[in-house]
Design a protein around this ligand. Sequence first.
Ligand SMILES: [Zn+2]
Length: 323
Amino acid sequence: MIAMPYTKGPHDLGNHCHSWLLPEGRWGESNTGLVRGSGESLLIDTLYDLPHTAEMLSAYAPLLRGQPIRTLVNTHSDGDHWFGNQLVAGPGVEIVATQAAAELMTEASVDELVSMSGREDRVGEFIREVGGHFDHAGIVATPPTRTFTGELSLDVGGREVRLIQVGPAHTPGDLVVHVPDANLVYTGDILFIGGAPLVWAGPISRCIAACDLILDLELVAIVPGHGPLTDKNGVSRVRDYLDFVSAEAVKRFEQGLSVEDAVASIDMSRFADMSEQGRIAANVLNVYDQLDPRRPRENRLQQFGRIADFELHAAAAASEASH
Ligand SMILES: [Zn+2]
């Protein structure tokens, strides 16, 4: 496996493949990828705002001489993976995502994020606290020009790049990008490394299946959606988390506990090193939704509210303990 220091900037993964890493990999701090072929390149994801995307593109620029970006792949519909698309779009550039992701990549989703961060409540406060270093000015929703369902094989200047739909998992339309001749995979938010996994859409079993798909590939490097490069041990740990949370949530559902009580009573000390512990609130909710299809589904704002509550309580408990 290729090891790389976890520093901001473009990293050479060999075979004309690269990644742009954005420490610390926390909320909104996502990674991108670049695959260069003969006379053209493919970019995987843009960033959460225009300044971060512009900085990433100018760092890749020396690599793109004679091999301009002709294809942009968005791994899924969360803003930190496509809000910078307008800086790449243009004649001769195809933007590719799954059909399910494309349906959510709209002007309305840009507006939703901006309005959530402007709210005068705990959710707005939480979103400003975790994403305040991003500047959402000037974003014009720039959606895919080509969509697919299932699997799509692209020819990037003579190289094969496979797009494999694994969603609904983290979101409704996730895909992973496999570069067979370089034994590389760019996973989008199927993998958070350093932070806790997050299952917005699920079911959680599909996130586990996506981990299994990655574990079955022959690989020299794995580029997660957030965090440092990883190896199969990193994938297995994400899988362990998902498996553990799923089993614990099922037990509590069967005991009749509420989602809130289930979240509060699961002992997560095995995974205490992960940041963004509050994601457990969305993950347990997801398991409950699967077990009881009559439960009204919560929207992203409500899911964020649960995560914010968990984080605010944890912060209050930590400050209590230190007094
Ligand atoms: Zn992300």
